[in-house]
Write a new protein. Structure first.
Lengths: 427, 174
């Protein structure tokens, strides 16, 4: 240290005095800490949840050939809605520009939860700290009046016909069905525990609700008949649950927890043995033919292909960093994983599903929070925050060349995003 | 000891210090608690890998600083920057609890990265090299930010306050 440090003892003493007003840490505070850590583990994967919604809108959850014939008019153009604290910013892929944020009526959003109707006309936004959902018309990019739900809306799933949005209320132990036509919430469906995830079968008949319980009590997956709104018998699935996912063909549901994931056959509603990959599986993507699940293990830094039919794991594909989120191209040829190194820049690595070999990491200026692939599959979009100059960006990556394009600036750091087909609400 | 038990042991030991560091970075206990939980949640998921390394606390500091800077980015645009400087206090007249407020106000005038440099160097006792590593910048940058940070604090607090050693502590009554 060649430079004299001026005033150091005095400053240190002052800083000590500033922290001297510390509230005491008692057993209750440690319980809160433990609960807070669990909440954050789930929030950390919310980007992946949002991106599965992305995939749904982009046509990954329906057979690729059908989605291609359904979308010739859009020419792959899409609108990305990026949720930040207090506002939603539309980004148009056709021009690669960001629109004016929708913010006046969308308060909170500390923990953004996003879902879009299959026709892309309405976006539902919730904040897990609040007790309502805000609808946004993608035609006008205007927020509508709040729809009251139970406390702590943690996940939203919409039926494939777009008629009903189901909201998992983590604080109330219930699920609220909302008619998307009228915006009127139905009577809450009692589930118990802390509902933190929801997935609907592609035929729209059953909503599977993931419910977490306090430490020591196994969590559950509860099927709800969408026709009657009546919950079935809860299926026990182990502890410390993070999220739920369903295969594109709807035959298998996976409940992801801290120690592994539990497969459930939707034909029998019977859970299979826990599938482990060594650490915490925070994300999962499926091949379009529903034969292979790619389990993203954040702590081990691996992506493990798992046979959906037999639940057997192939050799894990090792990549570096903390794996934040993943997406698969509509043709199923490439899985993209985003990596964070607890530093100023992250990366995205493409993995060939044919060879299981990771490609060269693509550098990002900033910390990735989520990835989605636009309709047509030619571009992946990564939402980043903490970039050197701007609060946040959306970085386009060509899936043909695996090169990053010019980042699109977002006024407030992104928390989650969803991609809706077509150019919407542009001036 | 299982991975979870090992992590719990670490978390219980590290939480108080992380929380205090976070408080000096962000200025309120609620956000400090939030940043501490975020830091520990992230470390929990990567625990098996992190616990094999020697510098677990270093990793925690880095994660905390990153969480703090991310949080500032998220807030930017929501909070108005006034460029307002608090009036220089008359030190002799300032009572103990007010000193705390004056110090926090002064810290709040620093840009986030400068605040990280000041807190990590002068309170958490990290070396210039360690802070540079933490922020992913050069040691020269850390030195210039330290100098700028101290200048600003001195301008706000008055050099007398910085030089004055403080022994007594005020106690939080909850």
């Amino acid at each position: 240290m060649d430079e004299p440090v001026v005033d150091e003892p005095g400053l240190r003493a002052l800083l000590d005095r500033a922290v001297a007003c510390e509230p005491p840490i008692g057993p209750l505070a440690y319980q809160a800490l433990e609960a807070g850590i669990r909440r954050r583990l789930r929030r950390r994967v919310s980007g992946v949840v949002a991106c599965l919604v992305v995939a749904g809108v982009a046509g990954v959850t329906v057979p690729a050939i059908r989605s291609a014939s359904m979308r010739p008019a859009t020419g792959g153009a899409a609108t990305i809605y990026v949720a930040s604290k207090g506002q939603i910013t539309p980004v148009w892929t056709a021009t690669r520009t960001a629109g004016v944020p929708i913010g006046d009526n969308v308060e909170g959003q500390d923990q953004a939860v996003l879902a879009a109707t299959p026709d892309g006309k309405t976006l539902y936004v919730a904040d897990a700290e609040m007790s309502w959902v805000t609808p946004i018309s993608t035609a006008t990019n205007m927020a509508g009046p709040r729809i009251m739900t139970g406390a702590g809306p943690y996940a939203i799933a919409i039926t494939p016909d777009g008629s009903t949005a189901y909201v998992a209320n983590s604080g109330a132990g219930t699920v609220t069905p909302i008619s998307t036509a009228t915006g009127v919430p139905g009577r809450p469906i009692r589930i118990g525990g802390e509902p933190v995830g929801i997935a609907i079968t592609p035929d729209g008949r059953t909503a599977y609700v993931l419910s977490d319980y306090p430490p020591g009590v196994p969590g559950t997956v509860t099927p709800i008949s969408t026709a009657t709104g009546v919950p079935g018998r809860p299926i026990k699935v182990g502890q410390n649950l993070l999220r739920i996912a369903i295969t594109p063909n709807g035959r298998m549901v996976y409940a992801l927890g801290l120690n592994g994931m539990t497969p459930i056959s939707t034909a029998t509603d019977v859970a299979g043995p826990l599938i482990r990959t060594g650490g915490t599986i925070t994300g999962i993507v499926f091949s379009p033919d529903s034969r292979t699940a790619y389990a993203v293990d954040a702590s081990e830094g691996t992506v493990t292909p798992i046979s959906v039919a037999t639940s057997t794991a192939a050799r894990p594909i090792k990549v570096r960093g903390y794996l934040v989120s993943a997406a698969i191209t509509p043709d199923g040829k490439t899985v993209y994983v985003t990596q964070d190194y607890s530093g100023p820049s992250g990366t995205v690595t493409p993995i060939s599903t044919a060879t299981g070999v990771p490609g060269r990491p693509i550098r990002l200026e900033g910390e990735p929070v989520g990835i989605g692939i636009a309709p047509g599959g030619d571009t992946a979009y990564v939402a980043c925050l903490n970039t050197p100059r701007d609060p946040g960006t959306v970085v386009p990556i060509s899936t043909a060349t695996n090169k990053a394009g010019t980042p699109i600036e977002i006024p407030v750091g992104p928390l989650a995003m969803v991609i809706v087909a077509g150019t919407r609400g542009a001036a | 000891m299982s991975t979870a038990e090992e992590f719990t042991e670490f978390a219980v030991g590290a939480a108080p210090r992380l929380r205090r560091t976070a408080f000096l970075l962000c200025g309120d206990w609620h956000t400090a608690e939030d940043l501490t939980q975020t830091t520990l949640a992230r470390m929990f998921v990567s625990w098996r890998r992190i616990s094999r390394q020697d510098a677990v606390y270093g990793y925690a500091s880095r994660t905390l600083v990153n969480a703090f800077l991310s949080d500032r980015r998220r807030r930017r645009g929501r909070e108005l920057l006034t460029g307002w400087l608090p009036e220089r206090p008359d030190l002799a007249a300032v009572a103990a609890p007010e000193v705390r407020m004056v110090v926090l106000d002064a810290l709040a005038t620093l840009p986030p990265r400068t605040r990280v440099v000041v807190v990590m160097r002068y309170w958490a006792d990290l070396s210039v090299e360690q802070v540079a590593d933490l922020l992913g910048c050069s040691t020269g940058n850390v030195k210039s930010q330290s100098a700028r940070g101290l200048d600003k604090l001195r301008a706000v607090l008055g050099s007398a306050l910085l030089d004055q050693p403080c022994e007594e502590r005020d106690v939080w009554h909850g």
